[in-house]
Write a protein that binds this ligand. Sequence first.
Ligand code: SF4
Length: 230
Amino acid sequence: MNPVPRPAAASLVALCRALGLGGAPEQVLAAVDRVYRRVDAEVRRRTQGLGLPCRPGCDACCHEAVFVAAPEFLFVSAYLVENTTGQQRKAVVEAMSAVAGRFEDELCLLEALPPGTERDEVATRVRFRCPLLSASGQCSVYPARELNARTFGSTVDEHRDAPFGCELTHERLRVLPSSASRGLLGAREARRWLRDEVPGAGDVHVYPWWFSRFGAYLLPERAAEDEGCR
Ligand code: SF4
């Protein structure tokens, strides 16, 4: 997929700046795209023949806290700018902001806590249906979906020495030889590729956090303002 509108929409340039990623969104998007392609290829290679349940159309990972870094949020935003109307984006931003309001305390805690058990425990309380999931259960931004969606259920968590995230994958791996999980890509390694390749990919927050703070850049009124400033 080509997530980069050409020329990049003025609102996307403004968003890129506001996220602290500089004024050239096309460079950031190209770097994210490279990492995603690498991860997808590696996951495909290492899961071949294992019959893991992770596939397009499965939304098992879309009902809980999904963490994304600023460049990943920019990537999804670019896809939305290119593939949806201003009214559709407005609906997404409003739905995400409503979720952010519902979990305000937890999102504040997640912002303050360092990675670790306590933060993980708070994250488990942030459960919601992702507003980017369509009524029919398909991811509406599938080609631009975040890194975790690409690794959830098809990689291992190196720190826990267990499959990353998905209970359905746990069940499948239980009936396979242990060599099957040993051959999987590490989810943390994939995250490291993103951090190494894309500046600004260090801090992660859930989608509602990003949309409630930066979603205004995707709204039709804002886009018109930014066009006027060009
Ligand atoms: S963006 Fe798509 S894959 Fe990610 S949680 Fe939302 S619906 Fe699921």
